[in-house]
Design a protein around this ligand. Structure first.
Ligand SMILES: [Zn+2]
Length: 256
């Protein structure tokens, strides 16, 4: 099978058309919830979707789509050229989960600085790159900040991962939900680069709903769109902070 050359070639992923439709859906929700800030953002997203004025807002699905295709294609091309193995890593900051009243105050820059120090002290090889993300867990009413990262699968990084796992076990002993085991670190081999790197750069906040998987007798989670009020709040905040704020880089510039 021919290898994909671009995220845009993947059938099951978003397209320019679905991104435009999503912008119109966002516009409708922003206008329905109302208020001057929501209306102003709705106008920006509408003009961008209509091709009148490119907004480059982090709240804009279309601009995020353009950015995402370019970024993911570039990373996958670099990885392929390099011909080395890579992994994807998720780090969850349970201890810094926060209620919605704190949403505007959460300091992403500080979270990125903390992560950089943690990676540095664990002895990871550069580059490490990825994204900050935060999802709203409906059942406990908390936003859960986390990072999706891309790391080289080297001997040094595997050793660093073990050390990081120990550190995180101390820093993040508790899940935000009762009776659940905290799993602050998840590492997977990079097997489907466009899918997995595309997932890192999805640039959206979701709500997470818990449900009982009766067949497996365990709890599972489902991601959905945030409820209208939260969705608008999250979009306005994304618009304010901008894309650069959520991108994470640790020595990405030296990646040749
Ligand atoms: Zn836009």
């Amino acid at each position: 099978m021919a290898k994909y050359q671009s995220l845009a070639e993947m059938k099951r992923t978003e397209t320019v058309q679905t991104a435009i439709e999503e912008n119109f859906a966002r516009v409708a929700i922003l206008r329905k919830v109302g208020g001057s800030e929501n209306h102003a953002l709705a106008d920006i997203l509408y003009d961008c979707a209509e091709g009148l004025k490119q907004c480059n807002s982090l709240a804009c699905k279309l601009c995020n789509w353009r950015f995402r295709v370019q970024k993911v294609d570039e990373i996958v091309a670099n990885i392929r050229r390099e011909g080395r193995r890579w992994s994807v890593m998720t780090i969850i900051d349970y201890s810094r989960a926060f209620p919605n009243s704190e949403l505007e105050n959460f300091d992403v820059k500080q979270a990125k600085d903390r992560l950089r120090r943690l990676l540095d002290r664990s002895g990871f090889d550069k580059p490490i790159l990825g994204c900050f993300e935060s999802d709203f867990h409906v059942q406990c009413g908390l936003w859960l900040p986390h990072f999706h990262l891309l790391i080289r699968n080297t001997k040094r990084n595997r050793k660093a991962t073990k050390l990081l796992r120990k550190k995180l076990a101390k820093l993040q002993p508790n899940h935000i939900k009762e009776g659940r085991t905290a799993r602050p670190l998840k590492v997977q081999k990079l097997r489907k680069p466009f899918t997995q790197v595309g997932y890192i750069y999805k640039l959206v906040s979701n709500s997470v709903h818990d449900y009982y998987r009766w067949y497996f007798k365990v709890m599972g989670t489902k991601k959905k769109r945030l409820d209208n009020r939260l969705f608008c709040q999250s979009l306005c905040l994304m618009h304010k902070v901008g894309r650069r704020r959520v991108l994470f880089s640790y020595g990405e510039r030296d990646w040749k």
